[in-house]
Design a binder for this molecule. Structure first.
Ligand code: ZN
Length: 286
């Protein structure tokens, strides 16, 4: 199933970018910010691996080093695939109009000026010999266009491939690579916010969780602490990350305060992570 979704997502990405370019006349996959940040490649990489990573997450399969490498390779393959698909779908209509709607004959049936068949490598040479770029500067909507020569174009292509590698791997992190995984049960852990406690309860809570002998009554003791009211400028956030099957879990205790803009902010020096017994977890998330 994962293989099928991966393949579909990968092909859809290639065709999507090819036809988006064809329809809009705008080469999105080679788009850059400030002329060097390879946004296009990055997007291609992300799009090409989204189905791969999200289906792994959906089917509770882990995302580890191997998957990140596959993601990076899929990103690069998709970027190269866009060029190859652009070649395969390039037709010349009887009126001499290049199009990608299969009107007329395929480009390989034509010859270049020096009488040679237009193969994929010749097509790429032509693609890279002169390229017009659109450039947007910062947040302004003013776009500038400029044309670059072959050396720069090859460098830009390499840069975009690098962007595709990064985008391809990064998607793994977005899809679930950052979520803890229970290797025993082969499941992604869940996260749940349990309490918002009154700031005075912080030290009591820390004392409770550090006194291991309390065992399973720990859950009840925590439940008995005072909750913060909505007017408190500060509160203690208690959340738990746990495996839904075996209930292996750990509590994260954070001290939160509202800053001048009344946005909540974590006070990092008070953050604590404590592993709790499985029956405590079970009782807390029940
Ligand atoms: Zn588990």
């Amino acid at each position: 199933m994962i293989m099928l979704f991966t393949l579909l997502g990968f092909i859809a990405t290639i065709l999507g970018f090819v036809y988006l370019t064809e329809i809009t006349g705008y080469v999105i996959h080679s788009y850059t910010f400030y002329a060097i940040v390879p946004v296009g490649g990055f997007l291609v990489g992300m799009a090409a691996t989204a189905a791969f990573f999200f289906s792994r997450k959906f089917f509770q399969k882990p995302i580890k080093i191997k998957e990140y490498i596959i993601g990076a390779l899929l990103g690069i393959a998709a970027y190269a695939g866009i060029y190859y698909a652009s070649y395969l779908t390039l037709y010349i209509s009887p009126e001499g109009e290049p199009n990608r709607w299969f009107r007329g004959e395929h480009i390989s049936n034509f010859e270049s000026e020096d009488g040679k068949t237009i193969t994929f490598s010749r097509y790429m040479e032509a693609e890279l010999s002169e390229v017009t770029h659109s450039l947007s500067r910062g947040r302004s909507l003013r776009r500038r266009e400029f044309t670059t020569g072959e050396t720069i174009n090859v460098l830009l292509l390499l840069l975009q491939l690098l962007g595709a590698v990064v985008g391809g791997a990064l998607m793994g992190l977005i899809a679930g690579g950052a979520v803890r995984y229970c290797d025993k049960c082969k499941k992604y852990m869940l996260e749940k916010e349990l309490f918002r406690l009154h700031p005075d309860e912080y030290s009591k809570l820390i004392e409770l969780v550090e006194r291991k002998e309390i065992g399973f009554s720990l859950a009840d003791s925590i439940k008995n602490l005072n909750n913060a009211s909505s007017t408190d400028a500060q509160y203690v956030n208690v959340s738990i990350e746990y495996c839904p099957t075996c209930h292996t879990g750990h509590l994260t205790i954070k001290s939160m305060k509202k800053n001048e803009k009344s946005k909540e902010e974590e006070i990092p020096e008070f953050t604590k992570t404590v592993i709790v017994a499985n029956d405590v977890t079970r009782s807390l998330v029940a």
